[in-house]
Design a binder for this molecule. Structure first.
Ligand code: AVJ
Length: 316
């Protein structure tokens, strides 16, 4: 088993359990959280630089234009807790704009991503108290004990990562964020519904980076769980599910085949799919309803001129 990919707070044996559970269903699935090993995190950074992947650059421009206003709405002396602190550009803009941030707590499932984020931020913010936490936000989220009772806390959750969760799990995650701290605000990035071709292009890029990102999940299963997926016999595909308002990423078995994972044999029919990721697209109204179910109100919103992406400030 690889030692650096997933941190100590995340049980490594649950990777095997989750993979076997997902592949034993009639509609095969794999949890998207396992995309982000070292190679996967690097591929995701490459995705963020693609012309077709408008999400990152649109959200970044919102931060460039409005971080000061966001900071003013949040207030001084806050602990900034960031969930899934992959890349740090947006974070840097927020931290620069924050008035006297009490601490920055990057929270990530990947130890390597966390180490890199900390190293980069230490350079640019030498006097900032950085207190990283390695963990899975699908379980209870806790601040380091020294910061647990701090008065102002803002959780920063950019990238529309919430879109990977179904409705029930998204509400449950927002509830966990609320439980971090009694006065915890949430600054969250969400991807908005738009022309389907723009969405499809963003997840079927012409350079094949998203395909490599998707297939890397099988490579990771091979490496860490003693499996024998033949990567040439699977292909990447992303479709838009209009009713469910989401992009669905799949790996398609090109032929009828058997794959062994540890002791288990999994059968694939020709053209059978594994669903590897849902990426929900929202309207402001639909997201507002979702947030309300978790007890959050929308206090502020920042949206680009094309209405492609929104950053919302939610308060209890
Ligand atoms: C990081 C989860 C927001 O759903 O757009 C990018 C991941 N998947 N391309 C997304 C992703 C395929 C991304 N999130």
């Amino acid at each position: 088993m690889s030692s650096t990919a997933i941190c100590d707070n995340v049980s490594t044996s649950s990777f095997l359990t989750d993979v076997l559970r997902g592949l034993s269903q009639t509609e095969k699935t794999l949890p998207s959280k396992y995309f982000y090993d070292e190679a996967g995190s690097r591929l995701f950074e490459n995705i963020c630089e693609l012309e077709e992947y408008y999400l990152t650059r649109t959200e970044l421009s919102l931060m460039q234009l409005h971080a000061q206003e966001m900071s003013d709405a949040i207030g001084p002396d806050h602990v900034v807790l960031e969930l899934g602190s992959g890349s740090s550009l947006k974070t840097q803009l927020l931290l620069k704009a924050m008035q006297r941030p009490a601490a920055y707590v990057p929270f990530d499932i990947s130890q390597s991503a966390l180490n890199e984020a900390v190293a980069r931020l230490e350079q640019d913010f030498p006097s900032l108290n950085i207190a990283p936490v390695c963990g899975d936000f699908m379980s209870e989220i806790q601040l380091p004990s020294k910061l647990a009772d701090h008065r102002g806390v803002v959780t920063y959750f950019p990238g529309s990562t919430i879109g990977n969760l179904n409705h029930k799990n998204a509400v449950a995650l927002l509830e966990r964020i609320r439980r971090v701290n009694a006065e915890s605000d949430l600054l969250i990035g969400i991807d908005l519904e738009k022309d389907r071709q723009i969405l499809l292009d963003a997840y079927n890029d012409s350079e094949g980076v998203t395909a490599a990102f998707n297939l890397n999940l099988l490579k990771r299963i091979n490496n860490e769980l003693n499996a024998d997926f033949d990567l040439n016999q699977f292909r990447h595909q992303a479709v838009y599910n209009e009713q469910a308002h989401r992009i669905e990423m799949q790996l398609v078995s090109q032929v009828q085949q058997q794959v062994t994972i540890g002791e288990q044999v999994i059968e694939f029919a020709a053209n059978e799919t594994i669903c590897t990721e849902h990426s929900h697209k929202y309207t402001i109204e639909r997201f507002e309803e979702l947030a309300a179910e978790a007890g959050f109100k929308v206090a502020n919103s920042w949206i680009d001129e094309k209405d492609w992406f929104a950053v919302l400030l939610l308060t209890p």
